[in-house]
Design a protein around this ligand. Structure first.
Ligand code: UD1
Length: 432
């Protein structure tokens, strides 16, 4: 067991290189199961969710070769369906892409229920709606609790209207439809850049997916997909987190390897808070010389402020110089579990359902806190870097699911941050 220790309270200066996007990396890796050939995937982040995705496919018969730190070759020629190991599937949310990918390739899927961050209920009814429209029959196995889908008569293109805008359901329906007979039309799909990334990857492999990133996605089924070489887009949430760090510490960070368009909603809110953001072609320079202003934010589906930035934005609201900011969660049921941790740092936050009223007190105090989930953990890093003194963050395995080399990258901009192993004696005391 490890923890992150930060001696915070000083402005940070320098450059941070943003890694490939976690949420498209996992979709592309698992989606590669559809391709009975070799695919080379570049710009993959070195994070545990990527490692687990590869491990799952290896258990199913894929062969995986690491070509360099960020590039892997995956060969799914011999991959078999229905045998993904439960203990790995339960470690991440994106393992539910096995449903669409297995269904698309084998016309059946058998996968345990996914894990990942807890944000209240995370239903999959819209995924099921997509699978059933294409001819799949879905059930939860009474014996194992696994999801089971069968399409003994094959898959046929269909029109699907998503009742809820869902990244997962959109990607799963695309995966199931790329090799289905005829045309599938998804209306009201998610428009997140990772949906576009997945569609571009599949198209590079010979699929015919159009309209990703717009209100209607059309998928013309093809018989066969072939191998390809494909580079994953940069991670907009890692970029947004680094922007929040520059804003919180009052330094100046050049966040490199980004697509500024993906960051527009975050940039707009930071500017409203009094932070300076300069957009370059593939970088943003974020700095702050004055106070942070209070602001109201509602997280929304893309192109709104991402729910994955909820916690990091809340830290900035705590650091605002006076006034109450209102933070409304517009996507998930329960995204505010991290507030308990911020309160240990002196934050004053009143919760009312999906709305947090955050008092701007200008400072946060150092404390021992937990990463309650991935982005909440990232927010603790933002808070710890801003708080003057020693902050310790426990349960950092959540952070490592989605942030490559976070300690090293932050040391590169001058942060006093390290990862230490918790001695076994204390692990025992903690467990008890
Ligand atoms: C994905 C991302 C996650 C991000 C989220 C929203 C991955 C692996 N995870 O999660 O980081 O926070 O998008 O951008 O890419 N819903 C339903 N029925 C469904 C599916 C979803 O009601 O069948 C609801 C959810 O409960 C939630 C909302 O739709 O309220 C959005 O969820 P969704 O976009 O599906 O999130 P995930 O794909 O789980």
């Amino acid at each position: 067991m490890e923890k992150i220790v930060i001696n915070g309270g000083k402005p940070l200066y320098g450059d941070i290189w943003v890694s490939g996007m976690k949420n498209s990396a996992v979709a592309v890796i698992i989606g590669s199961l559809l391709i009975e050939d070799k695919c080379v995937i570049e710009n993959l982040p070195d994070i545990s969710d990527v490692a687990i995705s590869f491990e799952i496919l290896q258990h199913m018969g894929a062969s995986v070769r690491r070509l360099n730190k960020t590039t892997y070759e995956i060969d799914n020629t011999r991959t078999k369906g229905g045998i993904s190991p439960s203990e790995l599937v339960r470690k991440m949310r994106a393992s539910y892409y096995l449903l669409g990918a297995e269904l698309g390739r084998f016309h059946r899927a058998y996968v345990d229920q996914p894990g990942g961050c807890y944000f209240g209920e995370r239903p999959i009814d819209q995924h099921v709606k997509g699978f059933e429209a294409l001819g799949g029959k879905f059930e939860v196995s009474k014996d194992t609790g696994y999801y089971k889908i069968e399409a003994p008569n094959g898959l046929k293109g269909a029109s699907v209207f998503m009742d809820v805008v869902s990244v997962g359901a959109t990607i799963n329906t695309i995966l199931a439809a790329v090799k289905a007979e005829g045309m599938t039309v998804i209306e009201n799909p998610a428009k997140e850049p990772h949906v576009v990334d997945l569609a571009n990857f599949l198209n590079t492999c010979g699929a015919n997916v159009s309209g990703a990133g717009t209100d209607v996605i059309k998928i013309k089924g093809v018989n066969k997909l072939h191998g390809c070489s494909y580079a994953i887009l940069p991670d907009m949430i890692e970029a947004g987190t680094c922007m929040a760090i520059a804003a919180a510490t009052g330094g100046c960070i050049k966040v490199e390897n980004v697509i500024p368009k993906h960051l527009e909603s975050i940039t707009a809110k930071l500017v409203e808070m009094g932070v300076e953001v300069e957009e370059l072609d593939d970088a943003v320079i974020v700095s702050r010389s004055g106070d942070i202003n209070k602001v109201n934010i509602k997280t929304q589906v893309y192109p709104g402020v991402p729910t994955d930035m909820n916690a990091q934005m809340c830290v900035l609201m705590c650091l605002a110089n006076g006034g109450t900011s209102y933070l409304t969660e517009g996507v998930f049921e329960n995204k505010f579990r991290y507030c308990e941790e911020l309160r240990r740092m002196g934050a004053v936050i009143k919760l009312d359902g999906k709305v947090a009223a955050v008092e701007g007190r200008g400072i946060l105090n150092p404390a021992v806190v937990k990463a309650v989930d991935l982005r909440a953990g990232a927010a603790m890093v933002v808070a710890g870097l801003a708080a003057k003194g020693r902050t310790e963050i426990e349960d950092i395995h959540h952070i490592e699911r989605g942030y490559e080399d976070i300690v090293k990258k932050l040391r590169g901009v001058g942060a006093d941050i390290k990862k230490i192993v918790i001695p076994e004696k204390f692990q025992y005391e903690k467990a008890n």
